[in-house]
Design a protein. Structure first.
Length: 373
């Protein structure tokens, strides 16, 4: 067999494995559609000014195997290890066009994977194959970074109660870093700090157009992407797929209302980039009530008067106006959902909408920093 064919077969095999990892990651929400999980009851006094406490890192032999994972980064380069403030070794995949150079800086896209998946799951999106050709600025080519999350406890039900992913429940994302509230110091969200690090490392090469730093994400990674974009003034725009609401979804015991001004109490969280343009592509039938949960998030993000495009897709991939009630109508996923609708929603959720890549990337292209001012 020719070496080229062997390489194609290897990539195909790894892509299938990565898709399987994403399937496992979304069992969180499938478990809710088949048998509804009870919301964790937590007294309000246990919720802090930034929502939940920082996600707890998993321990033990099996947890260590996952925690020590670093991505393969097929056709790209491994960034890291870099140790975050919690002692975790952090990695990312870097995909650069061969012509990337400081003399002509290129747009930068940061992609955040779903929970229980890895940074290598980006292969299932089709984005890595576009870094040489797609125009996100003044010509073809962009740089792509896929950081990898940590192995922690999650505020999701079912299988996704822990594993690789992103902590979008502890919402201390102040760009200034640690802050003090009522005499108590709160460190920055470790995942946000890791994303900051990998962006800064690539920006330091001089190859990045600083007016065109964008974020994308899938599922739990989409929730983290929107939370990150809404708090980082250097982010020009975000394009996300099938995101649970980062301000309170499903089993989150400490939901918060996002506000553009200083928070009035623990029930609110201040944003530092509230007008960032966002396109959210989601399914009319998705798992765990993600579609109606997305309606709630659209109301929250749209309240700031920013550039928000909310795209709902039917089973054919065509845009529709509403969620399918049979797949869940409760924003917190607490209503009855039939087995068939649950399986259909699961199938939709675990497939990245490649036909909409052009729409999402064009949305980013036309929204560099300063475009709306």
């Amino acid at each position: 067999m020719a070496a080229g064919q062997q390489s194609c077969n290897l990539i195909a095999m790894l892509t299938r494995l990565l898709c399987a990892a994403i399937l496992l990651s979304t069992a969180i929400l499938l478990s809710r559609t088949i048998a509804q999980a009870e919301t964790v009851a937590v007294a309000e006094s246990q919720c802090g000014p930034f929502g939940d406490a920082p996600a707890e890192a998993r321990s033990g032999f099996l947890a260590t195997l996952v925690s020590d994972h670093n991505p393969i980064c097929i056709s790209g380069k491994v960034m890291g290890p870099w140790q975050d403030a919690g002692g975790s070794e952090r990695y990312a995949c870097l995909y650069e066009p061969g012509f990337a150079r400081p003399q002509k800086p290129l747009p930068l896209v940061v992609f955040l994977h779903g929970s229980l998946a890895t940074a290598d799951s980006i292969l299932a999106t089709g984005l890595t194959g576009r870094v040489e050709q797609t125009d996100l600025g003044d010509g073809p080519g962009f740089i792509l970074i896929a950081p990898e999350g940590r192995n922690t406890l999650h505020q999701y039900p079912g299988f996704d109660g822990s594993g690789l992913g992103w902590d979008n429940w502890y919402r201390q994302l102040n760009p200034a870093g640690p802050v003090t509230v009522a005499g108590v110091s709160y460190d920055q969200n470790l995942d946000a700090a890791a994303i900051d690090h990998f962006i800064a490392a690539e920006v330091a090469t001089g190859k990045v157009d600083r007016k065109r730093i964008y974020v994308m994400g899938w599922s739990n990674g989409a929730a983290m992407a929107i939370l990150y974009a809404l708090n980082r003034p250097q982010v020009a725009a975000a394009a996300i797929y099938s995101a649970p609401d980062p301000f309170g979804a499903f089993s989150d015991p400490c939901p918060q209302a996002p506000v553009a001004n200083p928070a009035a109490g623990a029930s609110e969280i201040q944003l530092y980039n509230p007008h960032v343009p966002i396109i959210h592509v989601r399914n009319s039938c998705d798992i765990g009530g993600i579609c109606p949960n997305g309606d709630l998030m659209a109301q929250q993000a749209g309240a700031f008067g920013g550039d928000l495009q909310d795209v709902i897709l039917d089973s054919s991939g065509d845009q529709v106006a509403h969620c399918e009630e049979s797949c869940g109508s409760d924003p917190q996923g607490a209503g009855p959902i039939g087995l068939w609708d649950g399986l259909v929603g699961f199938e939709h959720h675990v497939i990245w909408p490649k036909p909409w890549n052009d729409t999402m990337l064009n949305f980013l292209k036309h929204r560099p920093l300063g475009a709306g001012s």
